[in-house]
Design a protein. Structure first.
Length: 684
């Protein structure tokens, strides 16, 4: 690369800045204000590290995997909603109401920072990869590790693009020459399969480059990759490519999604081996022996004593990891997310941006989850469908599950409420007096995640003692202001809030994030990999021999014991029994159960929106009416409050154009070989 090439880099960086209008983070161009040569930049350890840090800055903001709706409304699918931002759309703020998002009423210009930031990061990462070998101040091991980090970042940015937009252009590795014409610079979209394969191969190389320096980094490197992060992202890209959306898709939409030469971008040819490759990639992560699910020891006495699950012949009498005899399932799950653990102390976080997310962070989500009586916004909540997905504590379905959406088994919902006598006798823990028995005896993850009517909030950072340890009800005209109020937005549309990510100390008193414990973003978490492993194995009929990432191979088939390697840790840590033998013997039944497991386990982690699309379940699941409690009822009408109704304030549908996000008009004009996703327009 010569001096002309470094000017090309400068041009790309400044061009990206012009179109991004994002000036609140570091940019590589600062090192070229005096037009430094490439030698001065990449021979310097300081400049090289700053360049690499700038690449990782592109993973923040709109490119976060888990964040509040201002940057990534994809975190809100059919299980989780936001009830604020219902006012008329304000383009200057780039805001979308939940209904606009769910009804596909966004435009080609909404939430487009992903494209600009990803491609800018990809270009800067490529420059780093091609030049870091000339560094005079880094050791060879450090150079290989840094090169692997840059390669990971580049592939991860491609992964974010693929997941959101579908098949995207893969830029030449050597970069582009700005002296060429716009026509010659134009790059067409590659097929989904080619994109996933490129990400897979790049992550494999990245893992090998990083291997020499170790797999785990400390808290100061929580937003930097590791071997495990590279292999986990590889597994995710491969399972998406194996899923129905991209593997054997013969829909009309797939026929219309083509490149500029009319070539299909979603494969119509089903290949079972893609599932085997995805399973092997997930197993690569498992075989590292680095990650495990976090657990909290059982607490035998006191107000917060462990709620022991009902007896189970497989798991009750065994200690973790074979059983739950010595762990507290509810606390084990809750503390993974609530900020109790530093990123470096969480054994199931494979990749995270740590606490480095500003603005629409997970802390902002929590501020919107907290009840109004704790000065929270009280607007982020859950749907009845998600609440019904949580099982009873013996693993069975709740009575009346999904009755309102036509999927019930004929049973009726439980009636009655916890009495003071029940509470004094220790029945129905952790429920308190006045709570509907519909929420009694549920699995532990339910109590760690769902803020049902009458649930208990500790709110230990509240300055006034009277505001701590609240039992919060969502009845209309509730004296504490948590229920329906037609004069403001501070009420839960379904009567169900969300407790996941909420620490016992969290409050929003004084409107300060300082009263909310920082949360590490769970971008990729080990249970995701375990469940993907079981899912991929379940889809197989044949047997395959697939190479592992670092030599050797795996024999991959639909082996029940291997599927249980993925399922058992998640179920045991959650305190719920194993699936029955009949489920393991029926591929269709196990597929349904695994989808439900992901719905529950990965709630609010940015997975569901994309899962529904890769499975091609979105047309059904996203179109079902949203149900919840009848929040117009007051406490005197509590039976009616707990009778699920369709929520008039929340709309949802699914149209073909919603499979992928639209590509902006600006990018379509800039690249004349770029084709738009079907259903969206080309012109302003």
């Amino acid at each position: 690369m010569n001096l002309k090439s470094i000017y090309i880099i400068i041009l790309f960086v400044f061009t990206g800045l012009i179109f991004a209008c994002d000036g609140d983070y570091l940019d590589s161009s600062q090192y070229f204000k005096d037009r430094l040569t490439e030698e001065k930049v990449f021979q310097s350890k300081v400049y090289s590290e700053e360049w690499l840090a700038n690449v990782f800055e592109e993973l923040r903001g709109i490119n976060a995997d888990v964040a509040s709706k201002g940057v990534t409304p994809h975190n809100f699918a059919d299980g989780m909603y936001y009830g604020d931002r219902d006012s008329e759309y304000d383009p200057s703020k780039n805001e979308l109401s939940y209904n606009m998002f769910k009804m596909g009423q966004y435009s080609e210009n909404d939430k487009q920072g992903t494209w600009t930031r990803c491609y800018r990061g990809i270009r800067n990462a490529s420059t780093f990869i091609h030049n870091i070998d000339m560094n005079l101040e880094l050791s060879r091991v450090e150079i290989e590790d840094y090169k692997g980090q840059a390669r990971f970042a580049r592939a991860y940015l491609y992964w974010l693009l693929l997941r959101k937009y579908g098949p995207i252009p893969l830029l030449p590795d050597e970069g582009l020459d700005y002296t060429e014409s716009y026509d010659d610079l134009a790059v067409p979209r590659s097929s989904y399969e080619a994109c996933a394969e490129f990400i897979s191969e790049e992550m494999l190389i990245a893992a090998k480059e990083m291997e020499a320096r170790g797999m785990i980094r400390g808290q100061d490197g929580s937003a930097r990759p590791s071997v495990g992060a590279a292999l986990a992202t590889r597994a995710k890209a491969l399972i998406y490519a194996a899923s129905p959306l991209a593997n054997g898709n013969n829909s009309d939409y797939a026929a219309r999604l083509t490149d500029d030469q009319g070539e299909r971008l979603l494969s119509a040819d089903y290949q079972e081996e893609k599932w085997a490759r995805a399973a092997a990639a997930a197993r690569d992560v498992m075989e590292l022996g680095v990650y495990e699910l976090y657990t909290v020891p059982v607490q035998e006495t006191g107000e917060n004593a462990t709620i022991i699950p009902p007896y189970d012949s497989d798991f009750s009498e065994k200690s973790w990891p074979e059983g739950w005899a010595n762990i507290d399932p509810a606390k084990s799950y809750a503390r993974v997310f609530d900020g109790t653990l530093l990123p470096s102390g969480n054994p199931e976080l494979i990749f995270t941006r740590g606490n480095n997310q500003d603005g629409e962070s997970i802390r902002a989500m929590v501020a919107h989850q907290l009840p109004r009586s704790a000065t929270g916004w009280n607007t982020h909540g859950l749907t009845q469908k998600l609440v019904d997905a949580y099982a009873m504590n013996d693993g069975s379905d709740i009575p009346g599950r999904d009755k309102e959406i036509g999927r019930g088994d004929g049973s009726e919902r439980v009636s009655g409420y916890v009495t003071q006598e029940d509470y004094d006798a220790g029945k129905y823990r952790p429920l308190r007096p006045g709570v509907s028995l519909q929420y009694a005896n549920r699995e532990p993850r339910f109590y760690a995640s769902v803020a049902f009517n009458g649930s208990f909030w500790t709110l230990l950072n509240e300055s006034q003692e009277r505001n701590r340890n609240q039992q919060v009800f969502y009845y209309r005209d509730n004296p504490k202001g948590n229920g329906f109020n037609s004069s403001n937005a501070y009420w839960l549309r379904t009567g169900f809030g969300m407790k996941k990510y909420v620490h016992p100390s969290d409050t929003y008193e004084g409107g300060s994030m300082g009263n909310i414990v920082p949360k590490a973003e769970p971008a990729i978490r080990y249970p995701d990999i375990l469940l993907m492993y079981a899912e991929a194995l379940n889809e197989l009929d044949g047997a395959y021999n697939i190479s592992s990432w670092n030599g050797g191979s795996y024999s991959i088939s639909r082996d029940i014991a291997e599927m249980q390697r993925g399922i058992h840790p998640v179920r045991i840590r959650a305190g719920v029994p194993d699936y029955p033998a009949s489920a393991y013997s029926d591929k269709d039944e196990l597929r349904k159960r695994l989808k439900r497991e992901r719905f529950i386990e990965l709630l609010g982690e940015g997975q569901r929106y994309y899962d529904l699309r890769r499975w091609m379940d979105a047309p059904v699941e996203e179109s079902l009416p949203i149900y919840g409690c009848n929040v117009l009822m007051n406490e005197n009408e509590r039976d009616l409050f707990h009778q699920p109704v369709a929520i008039w304030a929340l709309e949802t549908t699914f149209a073909d154009k919603m499979w992928f996000w639209p590509i902006s008009h600006t990018e379509l004009k800039r690249n004349n070989r770029l084709t738009q996703n079907p259903g969206w327009t080309y012109n302003d």
